[in-house]
Design a binder for this molecule. Structure first.
Ligand code: FAD
Length: 478
């Protein structure tokens, strides 16, 4: 009996899918944001999708795959855009979306299974308790909470609460190990750093306890100014107003907003650089006073729109973070992007400096957030892509000017992060995934402990398979 048949036999009643077309479809994430990853990962596919319905079934699947040496790539909504969820060595795709219950809501916290859609968790917390999640990715309507913790970093709410790695922004996580007899571990405090943004390489998150904050009917605002530096100086001033409660704050350089925010276009001027903000209703008059004082124009505000007009528009947060990039790519496939940090102090000057250096080739986009207790900017500038060599040169120039790049044109944890081994995550992988079957190829330190992160170029995982691991073995269930 082949491994594929043995796995299917072991799965019993656990839902699974082997139709190659469906498997290929559910093997993809948003890796195509990057022309480099598109070239490297096009055609990568799993062999089987397995959809456990409980933590116990997750353990059953992992135990069978451990015994049969079958790689397992966990997957939530598939909205990651670094290729995090791409099954580089084929094998089983562990689709967690059937673990989607909100299990408890209390003062200041919510417990939910990892496959729960973030928007659903927020809606439950808001309707049952008048609370909401502190932060969420702009993909909240499609992304899962497990995928956010394992593959995300922060987002809408980070202007107030910082990033997911900040102590307190995740309360606890239940994680199932990849062993002959899988264990369920509960991680809290600094132990959470073992699995936060670890791409599921060292454990399957099955449920989370997340902090909540007071919910508001946030007002969406678009503010404009024709001077990019002045707009960012104002944004920084606004970010530092501790008394004005914001949920989202970013600046986007012209012509991006008018060119790509089609349904907001009538409120915008082609030359106007734009601030996208979400502000609590009771803070609006204070924000208006600041705008008057600094002569910044409020071009759009959602609270005075007729209901039908409001319903025709996306929420402002779907103009921000990597939705800005999505809107641009949809209209101009030659666009890609970078992920950088404009660190405090000097973040506003760096934003202006990079825009002055690159002009229309790299239109600016800065997400204002709290970072290590101070206001900094997570940069997500667009890039008008020409060649991979030029993209590398733009990255090198950013780094030479003190704007570190978290390279979204790489699928490994290290290259997409601090370009060094995360010893904590590596040690945990050795403990919980001794055969290295979880999301293979995403942790360089596991595959190539002596890898030199300073050398030019990129890491290419030798185990990439474009036809799956045992495609020829699996009986199609057509
Ligand atoms: P997936 O893409 O399915 O998986 C992400 C990673 O986590 C993969 O490595 C996967 O293997 C692993 N994984 C998934 N579930 C589990 C689990 N239960 N246990 C262990 N590992 C698991 N990210 C942000 O941080 N902030 C943003 O604002 C943001 N905006 C975005 C906007 C757009 C338009 C796009 C395309 C992406 C954006 N992202 C953002 C990236 C991504 O949407 C988020 O990180 C999202 O939270 C990922 O959730 P997901 O369920 O789609 O995860």
């Amino acid at each position: 009996m082949t491994r594929a048949h043995e796995l299917i036999a072991a799965l019993g009643s656990i839902p699974h899918e082997t139709n190659p077309k469906l498997v290929a479809q559910r093997s993809r994430d948003f890796y195509w944001y990057s022309p480099v990853l598109k070239r490297q990962l096009e055609g990568v596919t799993g062999d089987i999708i397995v959809s456990p319905r409980s933590e116990a079934e997750v353990a059953e699947v992992l135990s069978a795959c451990f015994r049969l040496d079958i790689p397992v790539t966990p997957r939530g909504g598939g909205t990651g855009n670094y290729g995090q969820a791409m099954p580089l060595s084929g094998g089983a795709i562990l689709d967690l979306r059937s673990l989607n219950r909100v299990t408890s809501i209390g003062p200041g916290h919510v417990s939910a299974e990892a496959g729960a859609i973030i928007h659903d968790i927020d809606h439950a917390a808001r309707s049952q308790s008048g609370q909401e999640l502190r932060m969420h990715p702009s993909t909240a309507r499609n992304a899962t909470i497990g995928g956010f913790i394992a593959g995300g970093s922060g987002g809408v709410g980070s202007i107030r609460w910082g990033t997911l790695r900040d102590l307190g922004n995740v309360i606890s996580a239940r994680v199932v190990t990849m062993e002959a007899h899988p264990r369920v571990l509960t991680l809290t405090g600094y132990d959470l750093h073992k699995v936060i943004h670890a791409y599921g390489t060292n454990g399957i998150i099955t449920s989370l306890d997340m902090p909540l904050t007071a919910a508001y009917e946030w007002v969406d605002l678009l503010m404009t100014h024709n001077d990019w530096l002045r707009l960012n100086q104002f944004s920084d001033l606004l970010a530092c107003q501790d008394g004005i409660l914001l949920k989202q704050l970013c600046t986007i350089e012209a012509p991006t907003p008018h060119r790509y925010f089609i349904r907001h276009q009538k409120y915008l001027d082609p030359r106007g650089h734009v601030i996208v903000a979400m502000v609590a209703p009771h803070a609006l008059s204070s924000l208006e006073a600041l705008c008057r004082q600094e002569r910044v124009t409020i071009a759009f505000r959602s609270d005075i729109l007729p209901e039908n007009e409001k319903r025709a528009l996306p929420p402002a947060y779907e103009l921000t973070w990597n939705h800005t990039t999505l809107r641009a790519i949809r209209m101009d496939p030659s666009v890609t992007y970078l992920q950088t940090l404009y660190p405090n102090p000097g973040h506003v000057g760096k934003i202006a400096e990079m825009s002055a250096l690159f002009g229309e080739e790299v239109p600016g986009h800065a997400e204002y957030m709290r970072f290590e207790g101070r206001i900094s900017c997570d940069g997500m500038p667009l890039v008008r892509f020409t060649t991979e060599e030029r993209l590398e040169e733009i990255i090198r120039i950013h780094e030479e000017h003190g704007c570190p790049i978290f390279n979204p044109h790489r699928y490994t944890l290290e290259e997409g992060g601090m370009k060094q081994t995360d010893e904590v995550q590596l040690a945990f992988k050795r403990l919980v995934d001794p055969k290295g079957l979880l999301n293979p190829g995403k942790m360089i330190a596991w595959d190539d402990p002596d890898y030199d992160f300073n050398k030019a170029g990129y890491y290419l995982f030798p185990g990439i398979k474009k036809e799956g691991t045992f495609a020829d073995e699996i009986p199609s269930l057509d």
